[in-house]
Design a protein around this ligand. Structure first.
Ligand code: ADP
Length: 417
């Protein structure tokens, strides 16, 4: 009897041991599975071959893994979208904690501040040393309001419009850096232009008014009257020149790529323009020289190229008292070289970069008395740009100047693109 009981107990124990080892094996499998889940591997699954509670547990774990995988894909997609948004905007974007510590930024911000060693864990105040910015970024952020600051950083030669927005839910501050240097410069150029223009127009108008009043005096003698009338006429001419140069300049600027291109014989064009200056040159005792060379026809805007040559020739003749003015046109390696040189007063080397600016004249009084408007070379520069060319200046004081316009031999079609 005892033997039977012992045998039954042994059998039960063996059965239980086998059962326990099976359970242990299953538990190990489940532990491995949950470890995989913890490590972020949500694609792993246990094939169900169980019944009862184990089957429920495995099914629940499989569903959990499926849900986690779906959420991961969702997050990945959101991350990609966020990255696209981050890098797609033209503004520099920085996200900081409430205390200013940087936690994320886009590549644009690194372009804006190339000298700043940009890293997370630094504070936004370390971007650049600027009192207003430090005050702005350390002030308590206002809830539900976009705060902004316009900043001039002369060391960088830049203007920024900086805005920030506080998100209370996750205690983050979003900073947007908008580089507005170009639009600020444009505004400055516009206002400088208007100031210059007003000045350029007011001067001849004041002269006209003053001399007309003098002419109206009852006791004015005939000789003075003649002299004053001449001055009035000269000033009216000056105003007319300014207005027509301005109209041409704005026409060229607006016209942009809508050039009226045609086949042009540049030699013929130069001959026509030289004729316009023959008399003035003769009166001044200056020689005008032009020896045509064998060049192909050029595609360009005939009217504008004529203006270009007139402006360069007019300067050469005006700023030369003795010697000669020479025009030459050559063709080399697919480029036309139009050269106008003179033996005149020359241009100081530090003034050369400025002579293409509107209304810029080296010697104001001299240019004006000789009918200059200060717009001639701005017009030339625009015409050259419209023809996709470049202009070079060489000059020596009291020895003379040489202006070379280089135009690529392009087909009419490409000038319109
Ligand atoms: P302006 O109507 O005064 O000639 P431009 O724009 O044509 O205006 O030229 C700007 C300035 O550049 C002139 O006022 C002059 O000081 C200088 N300049 C241009 N061409 C010459 C030249 N050939 N020789 C000397 N100075 C020149």
């Amino acid at each position: 009897m005892t033997y039977i009981i012992i045998t039954i107990l042994i059998l039960i124990t063996i059965f239980l041991l086998i059962r326990l080892s099976i359970i242990d094996k299953k538990l190990k499998e489940i532990v491995n599975y949950t470890t995989e889940l913890l490590n972020g591997n949500y694609t792993h699954r246990i094939i169900k071959k169980e019944k009862g509670n184990f089957a429920i547990l495995i099914e629940n774990l499989n569903t959990l893994a499926e849900k986690l995988e779906a959420r991961r894909l969702d997050w990945e997609e959101k991350d990609i979208l966020l990255d696209i948004l981050f890098e797609g905007i033209k503004e520099g974007l920085v996200i900081t904690k409430k205390d200013g510590e940087i936690i994320k930024f886009n590549n644009r911000i690194k372009e804006i501040f190339p000298m700043t060693p940009f890293q997370p864990k630094r504070t936004i105040q370390e971007l650049f040393i600027n009192k207003s910015f430090i005050e702005f970024s350390t002030s308590k952020p206002e809830l539900g309001r976009i705060e902004s600051l316009e900043l001039d950083i002369p060391e960088m030669g830049k203007f920024f419009f900086i805005s920030r927005f506080y998100v209370e839910k996750n205690q983050l501050i979003f900073y947007l850096f908008n580089d507005i240097t170009d639009s600020k410069n444009l505004k400055r150029i516009k206002s400088e232009f208007i100031t210059n223009l007003s000045h350029e127009i007011r001067t001849p108008l004041t002269a006209i008014k003053g001399y007309l009043e003098a002419i109206e005096e009852p006791d004015i003698n005939k000789e003075d009257r003649k002299k004053f009338l001449k001055i009035v006429r000269e000033n009216i001419e000056r105003l007319t020149n300014i207005v027509s140069d301005l109209l041409l300049l704005s026409d060229i600027e607006r016209q942009e790529r809508k050039l009226k291109t045609e086949k042009i014989d540049l030699n013929g064009l130069a001959r026509e323009v030289i004729l316009l200056f023959r008399k003035t040159a003769e009166n001044k005792g200056i020689q005008l020289e032009f020896s045509p060379s064998k060049i192909p026809e050029y595609y360009g805007d005939g009217f504008l190229l004529q203006q270009l040559l007139i402006n360069l020739m007019s300067n050469a003749v005006r700023f030369t008292e003795k010697g000669r003015v020479e025009v030459s046109i050559n063709f080399e390696n697919g480029r036309f070289y139009i050269m106008v040189s003179d033996t005149g007063i020359g241009i100081p080397s530090d003034e050369i970069p400025r002579i293409f600016e509107r209304f810029y004249t080296v010697d104001k009084s001299r240019s004006k008395t000789q009918g200059g408007t200060g717009l001639g070379l701005s017009i030339v520069k625009h015409i050259v740009q419209l023809h996709q060319g470049e202009i070079k200046v060489e000059s020596k004081l009291r020895e003379g100047s040489k202006f070379t316009v280089i135009l690529p031999a392009i087909q009419s079609k490409s000038l319109h693109q």
